[in-house]
Design a protein around this ligand. Structure first.
Ligand SMILES: [Zn+2]
Length: 454
């Protein structure tokens, strides 16, 4: 208990010293999650009007865009009015990030790298208000839904444990991170090194440190749990109460498998570097969006999606004033939901996260096969522990599957047949059984990889 309290104090101290004191924002978020939705929307509309006025006065990209469309920030009456502004993507940011910078005195900011799915890092300048509210306060709120405030004993399966640069400063930075984690009551398992020996060692570490929760990169959590099964180690003995995963996403079958190994629920955390936490799952299985930090549009061919319809996410960050991001297309699909959650929180819900937009497969006939097709396909084949679909050429598809049981060949034939039936015979298909899948520099494993030029 004393250790928990010390760790919580340490987390708060570190955050404050870096200019990221999340506590005031957390207090506000913990109130707004219960407010009538219309009340939060009214507050958001006022925030948006201020942000647009600021962008009009100080941000070259938006000043020009507003001039072109004849839009005046004072004209804003409803959220639909921002349709007058262009939708931007990371490609636009890469092409001219400086044009998104607010002129004049900048609010305090930090530079954070995002690896992105292309593997090419992008350096975002992030307003500290966004870091405090969107990244840390929203994470703290989500964790507290599960009774897991900062400071509780925590296990992580994450990147950053070891130095990958091979330099003295890299080694020193890794050492500093390890000391800091330990003071925060976090024990780490390195997501890069998840072979059987490392999994057995990680199990021993967690048995000793008794984490109440795990926070993990999704593919690392899956690899860890299937490893425990293979090694005959009892995951339930760890006494973990919730396993939070972020990154690549998991299929329902994969989640069921992890839950049966650990004997606890899995929890979806969905976010990105530049926007912070976009959605977090509550104990009543509601995937709640951070409606109080972000304006989220679900778009299908330019119109708002119907409930349950997969749509592109376009997001405006209400707390980013250094490099404002309005109507930012992050490249993910999700379906909005019209349901309310049993937990009573008024934060809107996402029905299903559909994965990355570019993680789609194209056929020679010009059809787009959404990544979800494969997610659902492998959901029906629980023998497949992990899969990876790679499209290197328009007319061919390489599929790698990890099948721990003895039925590998049978499963392989079943995968071949199902995919051939769906895609027709115009694509050549190679299914390979592999022992494990490669981990990218970000620590994530991409399930669907398209190497085709857009
Ligand atoms: Zn809920």
């Amino acid at each position: 208990m004393i250790r928990n309290r010390f760790a919580k104090t340490w987390v708060d101290l570190v955050q404050t010293s870096r200019g990221w004191d999340y506590r005031p924002a957390l207090a506000a978020l913990e109130q707004s999650q219960w407010l009538p939705r219309e009340q939060v929307e009214q507050q958001n509309l006022a925030k948006l009007r201020d942000l647009l006025t600021y962008c009009h006065a100080r941000v070259p990209f938006y000043r020009d865009a507003m001039k072109q469309s004849g839009f005046e920030p004072g004209d804003l009456r409803s959220f639909a009015d921002i349709n007058a502004l262009p939708i931007i993507s990371k490609t636009d940011l890469r092409a001219g990030y400086d044009r998104f910078e607010a002129a004049g005195e900048s609010p305090p900011y930090d530079v954070w790298a995002s690896s992105g799915s292309t593997g090419e890092p992008f350096f975002f300048r992030l307003d500290r208000r966004s870091i405090s509210a969107n990244t840390f306060a929203a994470l703290a709120r989500g964790r507290r839904w599960w009774g897991m405030d900062f400071g509780v004993r925590e296990g992580m399966i994450w990147s950053g444990l070891s130095d990958l640069t091979g330099t003295a400063s890299g080694r020193f930075a890794a050492l500093k991170r390890r000391v800091s984690w330990s003071l925060k009551n976090i024990s780490m398992v390195d997501v890069y090194m998840l072979d059987d020996a490392a999994i057995a060692q990680g199990y021993k570490t967690f048995l000793h440190t008794r984490p109440r929760m795990l926070r993990t990169i999704a593919s690392g959590l899956l690899r860890f749990c299937t490893g425990l099964e293979r090694l005959g180690l009892d995951g339930k003995k760890l006494g973990i109460e919730a396993a939070i995963y972020t990154g690549e996403g998991l299929t329902r079958t994969q989640r069921d498998r992890i839950e049966s190994v650990l004997g606890c629920p899995t929890v979806t955390e969905y976010g990105c570097t530049e926007l912070g936490i976009i959605a977090f799952e509550c104990p009543d299985h509601g995937l709640h969006v951070s409606h109080d930090n972000l304006l989220i549009e679900f778009l299908v061919n330019g119109r708002q999606a119907m409930p349950g319809e997969q749509a592109e996410l376009v997001i405006t960050n209400l707390n980013e004033w250094t490099h404002p991001l309005l109507r930012y297309k992050i490249g993910d699909f999700a379906a909005p939901s019209a349901k309310t959650c049993a937990c009573g929180r008024t934060l809107p819900l996402i029905e299903e996260l559909g994965g990355r937009v570019h993680d789609s497969i194209r056929t020679p006939q010009g059809r787009m096969i959404h990544g979800l097709f494969f997610t659902h396909l492998f959901d029906r084949l629980p023998e497949v522990a992990q899969f990876r679909v790679i499209q290197r050429r328009l007319d061919s598809l390489d599929i790698e599957i990890v099948v721990p049981g003895a039925s590998a060949e049978k499963v392989k034939r079943s995968v071949e047949k199902t995919i051939c039936d769906s895609l027709g015979e115009t694509m050549s298909l190679v299914v390979r059984i592999v022992d494990s899948l490669p981990v990218a520099a970000s620590g994530k494993t991409r399930w669907i990889v398209s190497e085709l030029k857009e």
